[in-house]
Write a protein that binds this ligand. Structure first.
Ligand code: ADP
Ligand code: MG
Length: 297
């Protein structure tokens, strides 16, 4: 991991509908740091402020109180170039329909690059590259009407539209919500490639702890508008006290390991990969509960 913070949020607060009877403080003091090249997951119950937080990253919401620094730019500074920021930070909303305006797939994906004033050839190359990265074959899909796409295809179009701008940071709000398991897995594989091979910094919100375990280098846990936990998936999933206190779900494999632990077997919860769990179970079957092996964990 590079040691350069690309997103730095300090003591961020946000109140919706100030001065009305519907006033609601969605962020009560969030501090998070994302380093260049990382893949960071943000988890937490519905209403904990996840979407509000990530909408600050590309300036859709400006800081009311606290600091948001993105790639060196202070978003409280009126001189910050917001157009540049939107290009640098691609945000894919939870609801892909809300992001699609054009009637043809190709036009939709080209919209951002056109608005940036790129030469036509660069726009075409960017659209083609982004479509391939998002899993949309260029020739077969570019002239398809957006209205006739399935939910999963719309999500791919929204992702391609964001990737076409060649962002440095990709932010996704519940990227697999509403996708069938296969499309979800394909998308996760693509995101992993973008992060590992293209070195794109990724921040994503998710309720699926399996996908968090698969993708994230680090996790932030939000509760009532502030961050209450941070760590690698292995560290966080091994912290039973915290999981119970905040009722954070865990991947099924972690669940199985905790159940084995509760039943008196000595297992290492930090080794929750499917192959690792299988080998821990085999070892119990073969040798019985060897308490000495994991007593240090
Ligand atoms: N536009 C809005 N106006 C008023 N309240 C909002 C608005 N958006 C979100 N909220 C409220 O702020 C809180 C945090 O919302 P959100 O950031 O969407 O949480 P999450 O993404 O974790 O579910 C919730 O209580 C939600 O109802
Ligand atoms: Mg949300």
């Amino acid at each position: 991991m590079a040691a350069e913070p690309i997103i730095d949020v300090q003591h961020l607060e946000h109140t919706y509908m100030k001065g009305t009877p519907f006033v609601h403080q969605a962020l009560t003091g969030v501090s998070i740091t994302v380093y260049s090249g990382e893949c960071v997951a943000i988890i937490g119950h519905t209403g904990s402020g996840k979407s509000t937080l990530v909408q600050h990253f590309n300036g859709l919401i400006l800081p009311q109180k606290g600091k948001v620094i993105v790639d060196g730019a202070d978003l409280s500074d009126k001189k910050t170039d917001m157009k540049g920021l939107r290009q640098k930070v691609g945000l894919v909303f939870q609801d892909p329909e809300s992001q699609i305006f054009e009637s043809l797939v190709g036009d939709e994906i080209a919209y951002g690059p056109f608005k940036m004033g790129w030469p036509i050839k660069d726009v075409r190359d960017a659209v083609k590259g982004a479509m391939e990265m998002a899993g949309l074959p260029f020739d077969a899909m570019k002239d398809r009407p957006t209205a006739a796409l399935s939910g999963g295809q719309k999500r791919k179009v929204a992702l391609a539209g964001v990737l076409a701008l060649k962002p440095k940071i990709l932010v996704l709000d519940e990227p697999t919500a509403g996708l069938d398991p296969r499309s979800g897995m394909e998308l996760l594989g693509r995101l992993k490639t973008l992060n590992e091979q293209e070195h794109l910094t990724i921040v994503f919100i998710s309720h699926h702890l399996e996908e968090v375990a698969y993708l994230a280098d680090r996790i932030y846990v939000l509760d009532h508008g502030k961050n209450i936990g941070e760590g690698s998936p292995a560290t966080l999933f091994s912290n039973k006290k915290m999981l119970e206190k905040y009722r954070i779900g865990t991947p099924e494999t972690v669940d199985i390991l905790y159940r084995l632990q509760d039943a008196g077997f000595s297992v290492n919860v930090a080794h929750y990969g499917i192959a690792e769990v299988a080998s821990q179970i085999c070892s119990i079957l073969e040798h019985g509960p060897r308490r000495d092996r994991y007593d240090t964990v």
